[in-house]
Design a protein around this ligand. Structure first.
Ligand SMILES: NC(=O)C1=CN([C@@H]2O[C@H](COP(=O)(O)OP(=O)(O)OC[C@H]3O[C@@H](n4cnc5c(N)ncnc54)[C@H](O)[C@@H]3O)[C@@H](O)[C@H]2O)C=CC1
Ligand SMILES: NCC(=O)COP(=O)(O)O
Length: 334
């Protein structure tokens, strides 16, 4: 077992988070990777299907107890939890769990942060000003103040498909206006750098998806390819990136197409997430690229419809924990 641990923020307490965290610990307790939950110890003890929980003071103690009990840095909730019923009464603690995990990762006390799913709406109701973890972690790590290329760039990784996004939590109607040559070049460069540094691919091959049907059909079905995406691909190529596109998105995701690239840069959320979840809903992982910390998450959400019923699968969370540990290892020897 390693001498370092990951932090795992516990996510929405009314969702499947407590259950999948307990299941992930049961699966990993013997061989790791070790992790320390940042959350409510009592909730994990009651909603975690009977796993033994131990409140710890920090990651050093967490590593020592990991084989015997689920270690929790205890930041208790202030209101009762009803499984399946999200509530903004938990928002302050949910946000603090993420902040605490990110702070531990930034200080180097943990090797990275894995986040259990949050429901966005109850956080927005409590005044949370970020679309999701990705943008919040960018703020906490001040990554936006760095010179481009910089994160946050969302990647969804499953089996032989890695898809990154130019726009993240952007309403579909606002996507065209949010696309620019700079944003696509930035996302492309961050993706390629992460493929090298975090995924160990020496010469990454990037595909860039078009936005419109048939890649715009020479401008007849949309102008973004000619005006924005094609020039961005040229810039990336001039910068030495092995890149192709803009390619019609409908022919980019079958097995033979996937074999031609190491990551595909998508223009909007569902263009990337639908193929990833179709291919491997159970073991897909959400990775935030271009941050100074390692951050992964399951590809699924809070599963309120099945919360508290013992039905939730922990595969994606386990994959997220394993991938975070692998990336942290690669960064530590780079
Ligand atoms: N990383 C994150 O924090 C994410 C959070 N969300 C949030 O989750 C909430 C619910 O989103 P939905 O679109 O309903 O997606 P969802 O992924 O929570 O649920 C979709 C369907 O998949 C099932 N499902 C999800 N995870 C499962 C698991 N581990 N085992 C078995 N079945 C599982 C659910 O029961 C549901 O039927 C939203 O508020 C959204 O913001 C969504 C995606 C990622
Ligand atoms: N659909 C992915 C998602 O919403 C996850 O967002 P984030 O909370 O990881 O930023």
């Amino acid at each position: 077992m390693k001498t370092t641990a990951l932090a795992l923020s516990a996510g929405d307490p009314a969702g499947i988070g407590p259950e999948i965290i307990a299941k992930a610990w049961s699966a990993l307790r013997a061989e790791g990777p070790s992790f320390m939950v940042v959350g409510d110890a009592q909730l994990l003890a009651s909603a975690g299907g009977g796993v033994k929980v131990r409140a710890v003071t920090g990651p050093v103690e967490a590593i020592k107890v990991f084989g015997q009990a689920l270690p929790v840095l205890d930041i208790p909730l202030q209101a009762p939890v009803v499984a399946g019923k999200p509530s903004s009464a938990h928002a302050a603690q949910v946000i603090r769990w993420i902040e605490t995990g990110a702070g531990l990762a930034l200080s180097g006390a943990v090797t990275g942060l894995v986040t259990a799913p949050i429901a966005k709406a109850p956080l927005y109701d409590a005044g949370f000003a970020f679309p999701g973890h990705t943008e919040f972690l960018a703020e906490l790590t001040h990554v936006g103040q760095r010179q481009a290329p910089h994160g946050p760039i969302m990647m969804l990784a499953a089996r032989d498909l890695r898809a990154t996004l130019v726009t993240i939590h952007t309403p579909l109607s606002a996507v065209p206006a949010a696309l620019s040559i700079e944003a696509i070049v930035n996302a492309g460069l961050v993706t390629v750098e992460a493929l090298r540094k975090d995924f160990g691919i020496a010469v990454p091959r990037l595909a860039v998806a078009a936005l419109n049907p048939h890649a715009g059909e020479a401008g007849a079905l949309g102008g973004e390819e000619n005006a924005i995406i094609e020039p961005a691909v040229r810039v990336l190529r001039d910068l030495g990136v092995q890149v192709r596109g803009p390619a019609p998105a409908d022919s980019l995701f079958h097995a033979e197409a996937r074999a031609t690239y190491d990551a595909v840069l998508c223009m909007y959320h569902d263009q990337a997430l639908i193929p990833v979840k179709m291919l491997d809903f159970w073991a897909g992982v959400n990775v935030t690229l271009g941050l100074p910390i390692v951050r992964t998450s399951p590809d699924h959400g809070t599963g309120f419809d099945i919360a508290g019923r013992g039905l939730a699968r922990a595969d994606s969370l386990i994959a997220a924990i394993r991938l975070a540990a692998e990336i942290a290892d690669r960064r530590s020897i780079a």
